[in-house]
Write a protein that binds this ligand. Structure first.
Ligand SMILES: Cc1cc2nc3c(=O)[nH]c(=O)nc-3n(C[C@H](O)[C@H](O)[C@H](O)COP(=O)(O)O)c2cc1C
Length: 325
């Protein structure tokens, strides 16, 4: 195989592996173009939640998780690469990956790659075993290596988060257009390869201090009888509020999530309070005004007796990857 063919194959495989990435309401708002030895990532506004996410922040976070998944796939094949993230794309690419050289495959790269298929959003309650301090430190480091920060909330701040979540949920429940948009993406069997199926949603919302997002759709997942007393809540944030910061925030989210999965820690994103301006301000205050909140997160220990929740669907490769010869 010529070098050019080898590079093309690696780039297509990376884009394919990125299909496993988590995204807001499983919208998968990305598209890859493999051309002239480059892998270009584009945001897809047709799959943007225009009511819930008019500024496209959740779209950028989601594209960032896909970008990091592609990096994990390349590293698992021993590829080194460079990434440029053009500043204000205006229909241009959000990121361009070029391969540089090959190195021996590192065992942690293989482990990370295995996590792409294992990681899920688990909306069931967590166990009574708190995530150990040492693991939280390790996860905080993973977020930082990914280019963001993680602020672990103290008890009082957890109550403030609960209030912010409630406020944002109320704002969403009373907005007809938002509810209609959500109904398009959530619930039922999801045969088009996008959205959140009923099988990934709890039958009933568990009674927790910080409420999970109420998707207003009937779920079939047994949530478990637990609470969130032993859960840890945190805010993933960055030092800037530009498009590139949100993209990098998504890369950090992916890195943190895969690391958490490796440590048997469940991570549940709570994006509601970031989407509503007033509750986002409350989150920002928890950071002492020093950063820009990307997401609130629930971290908890997984119940070893629970098998993983079912996989959510993904779009076929042909719909998200374009190969230009
Ligand atoms: C930016 C972002 C925000 C999200 N917000 C929420 C949320 O508020 N509540 C929730 O239950 N899941 C949330 N999710 C999880 C997605 O619904 C989930 O990733 C998607 O349905 C795909 O399922 P999977 O993660 O199991 O592969 C979010 C994911 C991302 C990437």
């Amino acid at each position: 195989m010529s070098n050019a063919e080898e590079v093309k194959k690696a780039l297509v495989q990376a884009a394919d592996a990125a299909r496993f990435a988590p995204s807001i309401h499983n919208t998968q708002p990305w598209r890859w173009v493999v051309q002239s030895g480059e892998l270009r990532l584009f945001g897809v506004t047709e799959r943007q939640l225009t009511e819930q996410d008019p500024e496209g922040r959740m779209l950028l976070l989601s594209c960032g998780t896909a970008l990091h998944h592609a990096q994990v796939a390349l590293e698992a094949e021993g590829w080194r690469y460079e990434i440029s993230r053009p500043d204000t794309p205006e229909n241009g690419p959000l990121a361009i990956i070029t391969l540089t050289e090959r190195e021996p495959i590192r065992p942690e790269a293989t482990r990370h790659f295995q996590m792409l298929q294992v990681r899920r959003t688990d909306r069931r309650t967590v166990t009574d075993d708190a995530v150990p301090e040492s693991v939280l430190t390790f996860l905080t480091k993973a977020a930082e290596e990914g280019g963001a920060r993680l602020h672990v909330l103290n008890r009082d701040q957890v109550i403030e988060l609960a209030v912010a979540v409630e406020q944002s949920q109320k704002a969403q429940d009373t907005d007809e257009r938002l509810r209609a948009e959500m109904a398009n993406w959530v619930g039922g069997e999801r045969e088009d390869g996008t959205g959140i199926p009923a099988s990934a949603l709890p039958e009933e919302l568990p009674l927790t201090t910080v409420a999970e997002r109420d998707f207003q759709a009937k779920g079939t997942l047994a949530a478990g009888g637990g609470h969130d007393r032993s859960a840890t809540y945190a805010v993933l944030y960055g030092t800037g509020d530009d498009s590139v910061d949100w993209l990098r925030g998504g890369e950090a989210l992916s890195r943190l999530w895969l690391t958490a999965a490796e440590q048997a820690v469940s991570l549940l994103p709570l994006s509601g309070p970031v989407e509503i301006p007033s509750s986002r301000v409350a989150l920002r205050e928890m950071l002492g005004g020093l950063g820009w909140p990307f997401l609130a997160l629930r971290l908890g220990s997984l119940d070893p007796a629970h098998s993983a929740p079912p996989k959510t669907p993904r779009l076929p490769a042909g719909q998200v990857i374009e190969i230009v010869d």
